[in-house]
Design a protein around this ligand. Structure first.
Ligand code: GUN
Length: 292
């Protein structure tokens, strides 16, 4: 292995420790306990697991959490009422609507309704709009891309002037990751399902962020020697040696890529833990913003 492993679990724990210390200081000063409200619609197992982890992280860091678990057939009007009441609730500092929503619901309208000061996921059009514009600052940056950039900066990868390639253009990861990299003066190429010869594009990348949800899609011979590889994918791959019958792998073929890359994140234990750590930091900041 030539690549330096980026230990997301360790770095996420450091972020969490810092947030916990800031929360303790804040509450000791008599200020309100930063509190996150999660909204889960329906019973998707993956979404329910993520939401539970977010609530648990709040507890571990001394923050408050309230969860709204709503039925899959809730109407748009009822869901909007829940969001409006959370916007008005002074004891709630952050609102997180777990995505995806069931298809009968209008996600765009729901996200637009969240007060910008409580938009700890950074998905409201106001936050994303500011992220996309020069000289403007969003109040909150989406947690997974924020975690990716944090990892790169933490291990000392130079973003400015680099060629960065983002695989995937989702609202949750690919697009905001590309905007963040542009904001940090990288030259960014976004690849997607219609991109011709993705391998050739990836070969030019000093920084690669892979977020397309395809098992081990990126092969070792696509990686530029010394490149920093951030793997956002979480895919299950059949594995008879495991009790569960599968194991988690990324969008990058780790065993091949680690022989070529300069830095690489593992799956699991890379980007995954960073998402919640950044959410906790955003929730703490939301409370600070709302004091003013
Ligand atoms: N679904 C997958 N990732 C995320 C995330 O970071 N936030 C929300 N709200 N939903 C998600």
């Amino acid at each position: 292995m030539t690549a330096q492993l980026i230990d997301g679990k360790l770095i996420a724990q450091q972020v969490r420790d810092e947030v916990a210390a800031k929360v303790a200081k804040r509450t000791a000063a008599g200020k309100s306990q930063p509190t996150l409200a999660t909204v889960l619609v329906g019973e998707r197992v993956d979404s329910a697991t993520y939401v539970r982890s977010k609530g648990k992280a709040c507890e571990e860091l001394g923050m408050g959490s309230v969860s709204h678990n709503l039925p899959a057939d809730i109407s748009q009007a009822e869901l909007e009422k829940v969001i409006m009441s959370l916007n008005a609730d002074k004891s709630v500092h952050g609102i997180l609507v777990q995505l995806p929503l069931p298809s009968h619901l209008d996600e765009e309208r729901v996200l637009q309704l969240i007060s910008i000061e409580k938009d700890v996921d950074g998905f409201s059009p106001l936050n994303i709009g500011r992220l996309a514009q020069k000289g403007r600052e969003p109040l909150f940056v989406p947690c997974t891309p924020y975690g990716c950039i944090y990892l790169l900066e933490k291990v000392g990868v130079k973003i400015e002037g680099s060629n960065a390639v983002v695989l995937g253009r989702s609202n949750i990861v690919g697009m905001p990751a590309a905007l963040l990299l542009i904001g940090k003066n990288a030259t960014v190429t976004v690849c997607h399902s219609r991109t011709k010869d993705i391998a050739a594009v990836v070969r030019e990348a000093d920084i690669l962020i892979a977020a397309i949800g395809k098992t081990e899609f990126v092969r070792g011979d696509w990686i530029k020697p010394g490149a920093a590889v951030i793997d956002v994918g979480i895919n299950s791959k059949p594995d008879a040696t495991k009790k569960s019958g599968y194991r988690l792998v990324g969008d990058v073929h780790f065993d091949e890529a680690k022989e070529v890359a300069g830095f690489i994140t593992p799956v699991p234990g890379g980007v995954g833990p960073m998402t919640i750590a950044m959410l906790m930091n955003n929730t703490y900041r939301a409370a600070e913003i709302q004091d003013k």
